[in-house]
Design a protein around this ligand. Sequence first.
Ligand code: HEC
Length: 148
Amino acid sequence: MYIRRNGLLPLTLALCSTCVQADDVAKAVDYRHGLMHVYAYNVTSMSDMVKGETAFDPAAFARYAEDLAAATWLDLLAGFPEDSINDESDAGDTIWLDWDKFQKKYEALKAQSAKLRKVAAGGDEAAMKEQFGKTAKTCKGCHDDFKN
Ligand code: HEC
C-alpha cells in the first residue's frame, strides 16, 4: 500500500477504505465478462443451428451444450463483489440490492444448462431445440432485470 512520507494515507484511499478498490473492481468485471463471453460463444453456436443458419449437427451441438454447462459451474457470483461497477460495466446496481433474486437467476441458468447437456447427449433434435429455448431464456431473464 502506498503511504506518504508523512505517514498519512492519500486522501482518496482514506475516504475509500470501506469500498472495493478500483483494481479489484476491474478484475471482477474482467472475470465476469470472460465467463459471459464463454456462455455467449456456446449459446450463439447452438442458436445458429436452431435457427437453421448452420446445418444441425447433433454431435457438435452436444459439445457446445457440454461446454456451456461446464462454464456455468465456474463461480459466476465470485465475479460480482458488492458494488463492483466501473465504466466498462453494464451491471445494474440492483444486483446488490436484490442479491437473492440475482442468485436465483444464476441457479436457473445452471439448472437449465445441466438439463440441456443431458438432453443434447440423447440426440433428439426436437427435444434439444426445445431445451435450448428454455436455457437461452435464463440469460435474458437475468439481463432484463440486472443488466443495463
Ligand atoms: C445471473 C445473471 C446473469 C445470467 C444468468 C446471464 N448473464 Fe450475461 N450478464 C449479466 C450481467 C449483470 C452483465 C453485465 C456485466 C458487466 O458489464 O459488468 C452481463 C453481460 C453479458 C454479456 C456482455 C459482456 C461484455 O463484455 O460486456 C454477454 C455477451 C452475456 N452477458 C451473455 C450471457 C449469456 C449468453 C447468458 C446465458 C447463457 C448469460 N449472459 C447469462 C448477468 C447474467
